[in-house]
Design a protein around this ligand. Structure first.
Ligand code: S3P
Ligand code: PEP
Length: 419
């Protein structure tokens, strides 16, 4: 399946569709379970490209990962990752790549962390520099993967500073590796932000929650500093909530078609940052003139496509690091919208301005949307296809990164396709 044309349903989309498990929480839980000694049962988990890469990497380092059903991982670790026999290949999974880069410093031996051609363009230099500052032997000559880490059996203790301006995942990576510092040293790891700027702080909170669930002792000293004790991790049974970023497409489909989609989880019950998008989406077609995307970054492509149908234009600010996600998402969204109708989107520096036009709904405006191999571009532009005839999504299978059942989910609500 190389392309998929969405046929506008012509009726409100209503029904029950539960989004899959959270990618962010699944990959945290898999890692922490793999680092623990004993067996952890992870339920409600996401099975997708990103979590498969994490699971495979753990298996390559001696962890047993069983999959008794479509949403469960049973993970048995020895409390010590082993050196893998070949480089860890992590596709374009930012979480797996960043989190493992720090965690494999606890391996006794050399580990190469690598990804596909997209991941090889996503910066990891600040994380590598932070590891080096702790005395860990780590190299990423291009500033992006591959990263070579020569571990000596445990993480390092001391104070580490990190600039998280490009990615909060660097902070999460250091925090999750920190309990693996040598236990006898009786000294904590202190993780400190250089600068108070951190996009998506809510992801750090997810990290702290997951660490504590697996027995870590971590304390937030102030807005920008955390202290982590060298406790290691304890195996535990852990339930994963549905994915809030995946939910944004269903919330979007609901407001755009005037339907009622029950996703099984009230927006306020999510702990993930993208749940903040609910209030903005619920305001459609009166979304605000300025939307700050810094604390709900992965939801911005969804909201930007909705903005094309809003009553008034929307300027997206605080989204600079969308340029270093799976693709340059500011460029991908503006390219896609302008492909639907020239002038629909403009970039001003790192801001994106969508010049809304409710009259788009009901028109036929044939456009092939280049997804740049980015699941979120595919999923968000599918929403445009619910109202505009002729929207064709190229490489629709890229949704497999985080939501393999996406096309079937829309199909179950009555959306039809032409291949
Ligand atoms: O920690 C996480 O689970 C994530 C953090 C965010 O990335 P950055 O920290 O790189 O902004 C987000 O975009 C990504 O999808 C998941
Ligand atoms: C940015 C994303 O993913 P990651 O950084 O985990 O590859 C995403 O899923 O939107």
């Amino acid at each position: 399946m190389e392309k998929l044309t969405i046929l506008p349903p012509g009726h409100p989309l209503s029904g029950h569709v539960a989004p899959p498990g959270s990618k962010s929480i699944t990959n945290r839980a898999l890692l922490l379970a793999g680092l623990a000694k004993g067996t952890s049962r992870l339920t409600g988990a996401l099975k997708s490209d990103d979590t498969r890469y994490m699971a495979e990497a753990l298996r390559a380092m001696g962890v047993t990962v069983e999959e008794p059903d479509a949403t469960t991982f049973v993970v048995t670790g020895s409390g010590q990752l082993k050196a893998p026999s070949k480089p860890l290949f992590l596709g374009n999974a930012g979480t797996a790549t960043r989190f493992l880069t720090a965690a494999v410093a606890s391996v006794n031996g050399t580990v190469v962390v690598d990804g596909d051609e997209h991941m090889r363009k996503r910066p990891i230099g600040p994380l590598v520099a932070a590891l080096k500052s702790l005395g860990i032997d780590a190299e990423a000559p291009t500033g992006c993967p591959p990263v070579t880490v020569k571990g000596n059996g445990h993480f390092a203790y001391g104070r580490v500073e990190i600039d998280a301006g490009l990615s909060s995942q660097y902070v999460s990576a250091l925090l999750m590796a920190a309990p693996l510092a040598p236990q006898g040293a009786n000294a904590p790891v202190t993780v400190a932000l250089t600068g108070t700027e951190i996009g998506a702080r809510g992801y750090v909170d997810l990290t702290l929650d997951a660490m504590r669930a697996f027995g870590a002792k971590v304390e937030q000293l102030d807005n920008a500093t955390w202290r982590v004790e060298p406790t290691g991790y304890t195996a535990v049974d852990f339930h994963i909530e549905p994915d809030a970023s995946a939910a944004t497409y269903l919330w979007g489909a609901e407001v755009l078609t005037g339907g009622q989609i029950d996703i099984g989880t009230p927006a306020r019950d999510f702990t993930q940052p993208d749940a903040k998008a609910y209030d903005v989406i619920a305001a459609f077609p009166h979304m605000p003139a300025v939307i700050d995307g810094s604390q709900m970054q992965d939801a911005i492509p969804t909201i930007a496509v909705l903005a094309a149908f809003n009553e008034t234009p929307v300027r997206f600010v605080g989204i600079a690091n969308l340029r270093v996600k799976e693709c340059d998402r500011i460029r991908a969204v503006s390219t896609g919208l302008n492909n639907i109708r020239e002038g629909l989107a403009t970039e001003e520096g790192d801001d994106l301005i969508v010049s809304s036009d409710p009259a788009l709904a009901g028109q036929t405006l044939p456009a092939e949307i280049d997804t740049f191999a980015d699941h979120r571009i595919a999923m968000s532009f599918a929403l445009a296809g619910l109202k505009i005839g002729g929207i064709t999504i190229l490489d629709p299978k890229c949704v497999g990164k985080t939501y393999p059942g996406y096309w079937d989910a829309l199909g179950s609500l009555g959306v039809a396709y032409q291949q």
